[in-house]
Design a protein around this ligand. Sequence first.
Ligand code: ATP
Length: 355
Amino acid sequence: MNSHPFLSAQIAPLAPADAVVTLSGVRRRFNDTVALDGISLSVRKGEILGIIGRSGAGKSTLIRCLNGLERPDSGEITIEGKRIDGLPERQLQPLRRRIGMIFQHFNLLSAKTVEANVALPLKIEGLPKAERMARARDLLELVGLSDKAKAYPAQLSGGQKQRVGIARALAARPALLLSDEATSALDPETTRSILALLKDINRKLGLTIILITHEMDVVRSIADRVAVIDAGRIVETGTVQSVFANPQAPITQRLLEGSRPRLPEHVAARLNPAGEAIILGVDLSGPYGQSRFFTDLADALSAGASLIQGGVEHIQDESVGRFFLSLPARDANLVERVRSTLQAGGAHVEVLGHV
Ligand SMILES: Nc1ncnc2c1ncn2[C@@H]1O[C@H](COP(=O)(O)OP(=O)(O)OP(=O)(O)O)[C@@H](O)[C@H]1O
């Protein structure tokens, strides 16, 4: 469900019983800059939440508050039911181990082998060598790098380095994996393979993942839910399909611009409050987009509507579509019939203007 852009940041949602992470009214300012302006959200066990926003929106500050590197000025942060805001450093350390992190530039130690990098968090924990090496071997198998255990980071590709980063992040069996722009430095094909690996690990281990990114495609391919952050506030949350099908906040619409059909420029430039043709924007998601919509669309086209532009795509297992139709403004009955039929099917229909 989409939340109202102006309410979501201020009203703390009730945390679900199986929440791994809960933030409530988290604020952080740096002198005159408000980096986080009352962030409230929770992440359920086994969920993948994508947090997306432009540069400067507050993503890094949010991550740093989650892993205890930054303290909020006010508000509460709970990880697995324990308040972490305001804890002294000594008490933060064991809680920090409950959070695995992967980074854009991998942060591997170049002088250590792949298996030593993976086993490092366990060495810090004081696990005996045989146990940590056995765990490193299991993790390297999980990420498909068993044959690189003795290699050094410089001998690996970017995608392989990130696989090592993922294995290392999982070493201490974290409750939460934080991914900070983990695919931003990778090419599209490698990005897809890393995202598929994260989804696979999420399913196999039931691992909760927060993905911080500025790329909608990352969110689209693996997140269950998305939270859009802008100027330190959550301006929109919802399932990935609902946010892609019908983005509410202007910033979400801008972030999605490149990945959804748009009204052609020459039509958009001529939009007016009055004119011969009414332009409708139609957003749909779910089963309606798979069959009945096209029957209804064909009926509308044969009755006098024209299709300007549009398409349907699959987001994970659900179809999401966006279409632009033009209808003769003088035929009010037709306009109303098309509108009510599409709405009855579950589409969101909006009059964008006239040309
Ligand atoms: N230590 C700091 N001192 C002063 N201002 C800061 C500090 N850290 C962050 N800010 C400011 O807070 C705001 C949010 O910054 P933040 O780094 O969290 O954004 P971001 O979404 O992670 O951006 P990017 O995607 O570019 O990394 C920005 O205006 C930034 O300049």
